[in-house]
Ligand binder design. Structure first.
Ligand code: 5GP
Ligand code: MN
Length: 336
């Protein structure tokens, strides 16, 4: 059977469905989860979304009454939902560690059939069915393909399409990255034909910035941005004190790493934010320069060639020093 049909048949056969996605949710993980939930509902079934931690505030509006059960807040509830499920969707991630250690353990222990739909390279072999497409810009695009390829285009409507549209927008930097193809635009066309109000999605997601958030971003660029390694590497680092000064909330630094990458001559940008004694790292690069290997080799992370994440358990200063000492051999100018 075609994979798309097999996935839809699994939905129709299931009694209790849970949709999971990765830690530190972004537009694609929230968008693909909500789009999948509403597709499942359109098929006459229901599901619960369980995520490791809370949704960033700029896309809270997308939930529109849907409950996302958050492992950080409601651990016991997530455990019982996953234990009792007979089908678990694993969206926008490729291995159990992307749920965090504890929720990852719950996934591994669950008896449910596990279906991965994802666009990160090197998936783990822990899923019963895998739709793994690293060449595709976003998981949200893959959910639209699932709907079309399973012969359910007639179900596509504004409620399913809106979160999927947002997922594509955020994972492609608003259609800028090389992962965008003519197929992406074709599918966006279908979303618009079926009622998605794109101007409204942009307005609701990106025109509600807080003054403190803007000031934090200005401060980060003015005071905390360094360019090094033959001016090819940009680092932005924000300490816990910096974040508190501007009343930081989750999502406030979203996209800042891409601002650093936009500097003339810069081909790698790294954003570091300190929280609870750890440093969360975001890596971005241009063209053939690969950052997921650097993130995986040294910062317990991974991701895509040009967009990756990781974590450091050193202090912020020590993390900056570590990057400075390792970066030249990864990212310095070469003759190649
Ligand atoms: P971001 O910088 O936006 O948090 O993440 C960029 C990309 O790297 C995303 O595709 C995300 O899924 C992936 N990523 C972020 N953090 C981690 C991590 O700790 N481990 C792995 N394997 N991938 C990550
Ligand atoms: Mn994604």
């Amino acid at each position: 059977m075609k994979l798309a049909n097999e996935i839809v048949q699994s939905i129709l056969d299931a009694e209790k469905i849970v949709i999971t996605s990765h830690k530190s949710p972004d537009g694609d993980s929230i968008g693909s989860s909500l789009g999948m939930l509403r597709f499942i509902q359109a098929l006459g079934k229901d599901a619960k979304i369980c995520h490791p931690d809370s949704c960033p505030s700029f896309i809270e509006w997308l939930k529109d009454g849907v409950e996302i059960v958050d492992f950080d807040e409601s651990q016991d509830r997530v455990i019982s939902l996953m234990d009792e499920a007979d089908l678990i969707f694993c969206l926008d991630y490729n291995g159990s560690n992307r749920l965090g250690k504890d929720m990852g353990g719950v996934l591994l222990a669950a008896d449910a059939k596990k279906i991965m739909i994802d666009h990160h390279p090197y998936p783990e072999d822990i899923f019963h069915l895998s739709a793994s497409h690293p060449e595709v810009c976003s998981t949200s695009q893959l959910v639209i393909e699932l709907i079309l390829k399973s012969g359910n285009e007639n179900l596509l409507n504004q409620s399913i399409g809106t979160p999927l549209y947002l997922g594509i927008v955020t994972d492609t930097g608003s259609f800028r990255f090389s992962s965008v193809t003519s197929r992406t635009h074709e599918l966006i066309g279908k979303l618009l034909e079926n009622g998605v109000q794109q101007a409204e999605v942009h307005e609701k997601s990106f025109n509600h910035n807080r003054l403190d958030q803007m000031k934090l971003r200005g401060f980060a660029i003015a005071e905390k941005l360094e360019v090094m390694v033959d001016e090819e590497l940009a680092i932005v680092s924000l300490s816990e004190v910096d974040l508190e000064r501007f009343n930081y909330i989750k999502g406030d630094t979203e996209g800042l790493v891409n601002v650093a990458l936009s500097i003339e001559g810069v081909s790698v940008a790294i954003m570091m934010t300190e929280s609870d004694g750890k440093v969360k790292m975001s890596f971005r690069s241009m063209g053939s320069i690969v950052v997921n290997k650097f993130a995986g080799d040294h910062f317990d992370g991974g991701g895509h060639m040009n967009a990756a994440g990781g974590i450091s358990f050193l202090s912020l200063e020590e993390t900056i020093e570590k990057v400075k000492s390792l970066a030249p051999s990864y990212f310095g100018k070469t003759d190649a």
